[in-house]
Design a protein around this ligand. Structure first.
Ligand code: BGP
Length: 465
């Protein structure tokens, strides 16, 4: 069976402002938490590479856009950095705005549609100092930022997104103690998740009003991007294992799916949290705000599934609620560089899950990719990185996606994460995702890897070769 993707299916690439732009403190850009963490503790980053330079995109965007177009891609995503677009007093920073106008114009000229996301884990530090996502003031500040962005770029941008992976920041920053400031508090993380839900909904409300008033293109759409992790347990599960699936899948997946399709949070998840002592920071009037959070379509980032089982104990060593333990599936294939499971079938399962449980909701794969360490040792005789594993990874995922589409899942496109190697959070430049290499030793020069020609063929023919 040869798989072919629909003719109007789009192929593109995903990236984010904080991971690519660089120029971290020029042009009126304020510090965000990545810059602050880099300044305070560079040792926290792989090879001590901080957030400062991204992948030099602000200097090389024309080259990168031309590269994307030459591969046959038609769309791409980046994010506006809140810390670049606004000043300390919450007004537009003219230099920041000029850069994004220039970027969107160049994208248009290159024949590429730019998907614009408003927030990619990049809390401005001065707002973090005022409470970050734990503060209503910051929720309001985000709504204000979104409004200014819509007004500024409303006649240029066709595809808007409010957030990227809104469960990941609460988890990494507030729950698992991984990202600065490394907090470990399950309840605080859920409060943050709740406030982000409000911020999302306020932005969607403003989007609709401005669109009605003619200040945003009438054909523009708004969506949310989440990391949807199909959640599995053992083959022969106990009631308690299934309960772990309900709550873990409930917090990561259903929370956002219900919000963006029905304008409310899953009642069973909220109730279980309350029963177990985790109360969300609700206020009267919030339900009306959440009701406005319904979007036009959805971005789904997919890297790996979650495999869970009932937790050994109901609370962890700090007395916090524990919903699950990881379940180590004996057949799992692991990408050893990243430690993540490779399970393309998860994308098929997710596609059918959307089809069956959220009818009418269209979606696209907004990130999928494979990060590999020490790729520079995989060079062929001509010195080009020979990354057949990346071809295999993407092919396997596209085949599963094509099957889901054939069976009626309304998936409209695919964005690969990190077309061009970029800086990533604490991993910095350890795991490389690109179809195109970035040579840090040669001032960020770009060099296509072997996989780039393969991607171009698939993007142009829609045949999965
Ligand atoms: C997603 C993020 C991206 C990107 C990707 C790869 O969660 O949206 O920003 O970084 O994961 O993850 P990592 O870079 O940590 O390997």
């Amino acid at each position: 069976h040869r798989y072919v993707l629909p003719e109007d299916f789009f192929f593109g690439a995903a990236m984010s402002g904080p991971q690519t732009e660089g120029a971290w403190c020029v042009g009126g850009k304020l510090e965000n938490l990545w810059d602050t963490w880099s300044n305070e503790d560079l040792g926290a980053f792989y090879n001590r590479v901080g957030s400062y330079a991204g992948n030099d995109f602000m200097a090389r965007y024309r080259e990168d856009l031309a590269l994307m177009a030459s591969l046959g891609l038609t769309t791409w995503r980046t994010s506006i950095q809140w810390s670049r677009l606004l000043t300390l007093d919450g007004s537009i920073n003219p230099e920041g705005a000029a850069w994004y106008h220039e970027l969107f114009r160049a994208s248009h000229e290159a024949g590429l549609e730019c998907f614009v996301n408003l927030y990619h884990f990049d809390m401005p530090t001065y707002l973090f100092r005022r409470g970050g996502w734990e503060s209503r003031e910051v929720v309001e500040a985000y709504a204000h930022y979104a409004e200014l962005a819509f007004r500024e770029f409303g006649d240029e941008v066709l595809h808007w997104f409010t957030f990227n992976e809104p469960t990941v920041e609460p988890e990494m920053r507030y729950q698992e103690g991984v990202w600065y400031p490394k907090l470990r508090d399950f309840g605080r993380a859920r409060g943050v998740q709740y406030h982000i839900s409000l911020a999302h909904s306020l932005a969607v409300r403003t989007f609709r009003r401005l669109q009605q008033a003619g200040e945003i293109r009438s054909d523009a759409k708004i969506g949310l991007i989440n990391a949807f992790n199909p959640t599995y347990t053992k083959d022969d599960p106990s009631e308690a294992d299934l309960e772990a699936v309900r709550m873990v899948g409930g917090i990561n997946n259903r929370w956002w799916l219900d919000l963006v399709t029905a304008g409310k949070l899953p009642a069973d998840v909220v109730k279980t949290l309350e029963d177990r002592g985790v109360c969300l920071p609700t206020r009267p009037g919030d339900e009306e705000i959440l009701a406005e959070g319904v979007v036009d379509w959805l971005g789904c980032n997919y890297y790996q599934p979650r495999r869970v089982q009932a937790p050994q104990a109901a609370t962890d060593e700090r007395g916090h609620l524990r919903l699950s333990d990881d379940y180590h599936w004996p057949q799992a294939r692991i990408n050893k560089s990243r430690g993540w499971e490779i399970y393309p079938e998860g994308l098929y399962d997710f596609g059918l899950y959307i089809r069956d449980n959220y009818p009418g909701l269209t979606w696209f794969v907004s990130e999928n990719g494979m990060g590999v360490m020490h790729e520079e040792s995989n060079r062929d005789a001509e010195g080009v990185i020979a990354d057949s594993y990346r071809i295999e990874f993407v092919r396997d995922h596209l085949v599963c996606l094509a099957r889901a589409i054939e069976e009626g899942s309304p998936c409209l496109g695919y964005h690969y994460w990190g077309l061009i190697d970029n800086w990533s959070w604490a991993n910095a430049y350890k795991n490389r995702y690109g179809f195109v290499e970035v040579d840090l030793g040669a001032s960020y020069e770009r060099r296509p890897k072997r996989s780039a020609a393969w991607l171009a063929e698939v993007a142009q023919t829609h045949r999965i070769v």
